[in-house]
Design a protein around this ligand. Structure first.
Ligand code: GRF
Length: 211
């Protein structure tokens, strides 16, 4: 069993994002003083980075060159990303809409200390198209999961989940927006809980420690 304690106060968090950054914005607006976002990193220029800059936060951009484009080197990118993250001495790394799979070097270096928010009730619908996949499958309930990151695609031990009902007339956009409303609150609640008590991982199981 691994206990992830949270020695420093406030909890030092590096956020990774790739998109519009509404999850980041929720953290910026709602986190109390027990959690400090010490840097925001991205793999591409994105609204999340400009939100972070507007909030006066330190940012870093580690652009990923996709396969078949000049400079493509997944291992080297992972190494640079690990170095960038480590430079901010985080207690925790939060992947909040970061659309790249973190490689072994990053996961190993911050083992058990990276969490991800995913817009489905894992283990159903992992991957980048979770909302569309749930809608197309015809489930009546989906939701949001916060889990510890391992080297798989959304396979790590689950820390928290909240459900969202699917409506018969939902589109990917309407459903995703309702899920994101839940996600924005869930990630804040999880971070506050972690800053208070830390969390534990035992095989496939993870839980936020009791007070
Ligand atoms: C969230 O639903 C997240 O789970 C998914 O991408 C979305 C990010 O939204 N991977 P935003 O960029 O924070 O608005």
């Amino acid at each position: 069993m691994t206990e992830i304690s949270t020695p420093s106060a406030p909890l030092r968090v590096v956020v990774l994002a790739s998109g519009t950054g509404s999850l980041l914005q929720s953290m910026l607006d709602n986190l109390d003083g027990t959690v400090e976002i010490v840097a925001v990193g991205a793999d591409r220029p994105c609204r999340a980075l400009t939100r972070a800059e507007d909030a006066g936060l330190t940012t870093f951009l580690e652009e990923y060159a996709p396969a078949g484009t000049p400079g493509h080197d997944r291992a080297a990118w992972n190494h640079r990303l690990a170095e960038r993250i480590a430079g901010h001495r985080p207690d925790l790394v939060v992947s909040a809409g970061f659309m790249r799979i973190l490689g072994e070097e990053v996961v190993d270096r911050f083992r058990g200390r990276i969490i991800n928010t995913h817009p489905a009730l894992l283990p159903a619908f992992p991957g980048a198209h979770a909302v569309a996949d749930a809608l197309n499958y015809g489930v009546a309930v989906t939701g949001s999961t916060v889990h510890v990151v391992d080297t798989g695609v959304d396979t790590g031990p689950i820390l928290a989940q909240r459900a969202v009902d699917v409506r018969h007339d939902d589109t990917v956009d309407t459903l995703h927006e309702r899920i994101k409303t839940v996600e924005r609150q869930l990630i804040v609640d999880v971070l506050h809980a972690i800053s208070r008590t830390g969390y534990s991982i035992d095989g496939r199981k993870a839980w936020i420690n009791h007070d």
